[in-house]
Write a protein that binds this ligand. Structure first.
Ligand code: BGC
Length: 527
């Protein structure tokens, strides 16, 4: 089971209002208790924080506000002692504009680092070289007065895209990866893994099919400001030939260290995603984001899960939410309805091949915090669309009731904690066997306990339609009523036991032919 730590909001160890490595170290035992195996830490490198650390100024160091290399080393040793593996977030599509490579490259056409980035002369009218939009709004090009050329940035101007046609960039990242893995890191989550390579001629993008109607996002980061971005078909700025070659080279490095490569390949078309994992000579796993984009209905849940598994394959990581999306309880209907749906989805995903990934706080059933616009820090807010900013899903974790909610001893955390309730906290939920936290813990334990009996078994979907989404995998049946009425699943008559149930009282029940499920009830049956 994977768990995403958004470090600045996880736990503050030094009392400055920012989550940090000291805070995470102090809470590692909690993650082990929950049943996590793999911890992915969002970027912790030195960064001017224009995009929450996804603007890296030094790939081989730790932001002093978050700790130090020494502290990270201690964290890795402690994690290993608890049976946890640590993934760092590698950001190879772009650097920060404060990275020494870019500082040297900007303004100097003869810099040895110039070719690390993508530069082009202005169009004949002096405007940007092509029509590419940036994810966070505006054109994907910014003009550099000093050198008279534009630089490319698929995200912010402060996040210049690296030029992956340059052998020096390729070598630099092979070296960065090798160094972290040799140092003791267990693998990497690769940011924007589909977009490193661009079409060499940088042609204009055509309009998206159906432009003007509803347009499907095919290559976005899943972030909020995508409206302009969605007007185009992203056929030249992402998912280009050659990108999987990079991961082939990285795989050789990863294999030497028994490390994991997990790609944020933000492609919602399964056949395109498949290319990144099907040969298993590059990425080990790629995220399948379709479940985070669905409009809730049994058919939509079933389709999103089946499509990933059947059309991509078993090499998926299943995010239950992420720092780029609203929290699942909020996205799926709000309050207890949203929480119950999120647990249904988590239960269904937990029996499938691949690596489910909890985003911190999902296990508490947290909802988004309605933050006033002026405190929002996401670049989407800074660039003028505060209502679409990602901050409401990034607020600090409430660990226990009281001032600072156990997150910080500072008067002000970096982002407001919001009006959480005592029953939202880890401390209160740990003491209540019916809490969301305890239900997630039971689910993770069931997944682990049954892993041996399902590992080599295919997934047989049981109910092609109706409110219950269900499948059998060897002796195990996983079922969730994703509809609004009670329903019954007819089984094969084999005796099974309810090993996990969203309603704890059902655990231990025997089931043979009929499995009645209330709306939003989820179970795992096993021998
Ligand atoms: C990360 C985002 C980030 C973007 C640019 C992603 O997909 O998850 O948080 O804004 O990459 O680095």
């Amino acid at each position: 089971m994977g768990y995403q730590v958004y470090l600045r909001s996880f736990a503050d160890g030094d009392g400055d209002g920012w989550g940090d490595l000291a805070g995470l170290r102090a809470r590692l035992e909690h993650l082990a208790w929950l049943g996590v195996d793999v911890v992915w830490i969002s970027p912790l490198y030195p960064s001017p924080l224009r995009d929450g650390g996804y603007d890296v100024a030094d790939y081989l160091d730790v932001d002093p506000r978050l700790g130090s290399l020494e502290e990270l080393g201690a964290l890795v040793s402690e994690a290993h002692a608890l049976g946890l593996r640590i993934l760092l977030d590698l950001v190879p599509n772009h650097t920060s504009s404060d990275h020494p490579w870019f500082m040297a490259a900007r303004g100097d056409r003869d810099s040895p680092y110039r070719d690390h980035y993508v530069w082009r002369d202005p169009a004949p009218d002096g405007g940007p070289p092509n029509n590419w939009p940036a994810h966070f709004g505006g054109p994907a090009w910014t003009y550099d007065d000093a050198s008279g050329q534009y630089w490319l940035h698929l995200f912010l101007p402060h996040q210049p895209d690296l030029n992956w046609q340059s052998p020096a960039v390729d070598e630099a990242f092979a070296d960065i990866l090798e160094r972290w893995l040799a140092w003791g890191i267990d693998g990497v989550r690769i940011d924007v893994a589909h977009a490193l390579v661009k079409h060499p001629d940088l042609p204009d993008l055509p309009p998206a099919p159906g432009q003007g109607d509803e347009v499907e996002v095919t290559g976005g980061s899943g972030v909020g400001v995508e409206r302009e971005f969605e007007r185009y078909a992203h056929v030249h700025d992402a998912d280009q030939p050659g990108v999987t070659e990079i991961y082939r080279r990285w795989r050789a490095i990863a294999d030497r260290h028994d490390a994991l490569l997990l790609g944020e390949v933000y492609l919602l078309e399964p056949q395109r995603l498949r290319r990144y994992v099907a040969d298993q000579d590059g990425l080990h796993l790629a995220f399948w984001f379709a479940p985070l984009h669905l409009e809730w209905s049994p058919a939509a849940v079933r389709a999103a899960l089946r499509e990933g598994l059947e059309e991509v394959g078993p090499w998926l990581s299943w995010p239950l939410a992420s720092h780029d999306r609203p929290r699942s309880a909020t996205a799926l209907g709000g309050g207890d309805l949203g929480r119950a749906r999120a647990l249904c989805l988590a239960t269904l995903v937990c029996g499938l091949p691949g690596l489910p990934m909890i985003y911190q706080g999902e296990e508490l059933g947290l909802t988004d915090v309605p933050l006033p616009h002026e405190v929002r820090q996401d670049p989407i807010a800074v660039r003028g669309e505060p209502e679409r900013a990602r901050d409401p899903g990034r607020t600090p974790i409430p660990w226990e009731p009281g001032p600072g909610w156990g997150f910080t001893s500072a008067d002000e955390p970096w982002l407001p904690i919001g009006d959480r309730r005592p029953e939202d906290t880890v401390a209160v939920q740990r003491g209540d066997l019916d809490s969301w936290l305890q239900r997630y813990r039971a689910l993770l334990a069931t997944r682990k306990g049954l892993h041996g009996s399902v590992a080599d078994e295919p997934v047989d979907w049981l109910a092609p339609d109706g409110p219950i989404v269900a499948y059998r995998r060897g002796p195990v049946v996983v079922a969730a009523n994703c509809g609004q009425q009670a329903a019954t699943l007819t089984l094969d008559g084999r005796h099974r036991i309810v090993r996990f149930a969203s309603a704890r009282a059902r655990e231990g029940q025997r089931v043979a032919e009929e499995l009645p499920l209330e709306p939003h009830e989820a179970v795992v049956l096993g021998p």
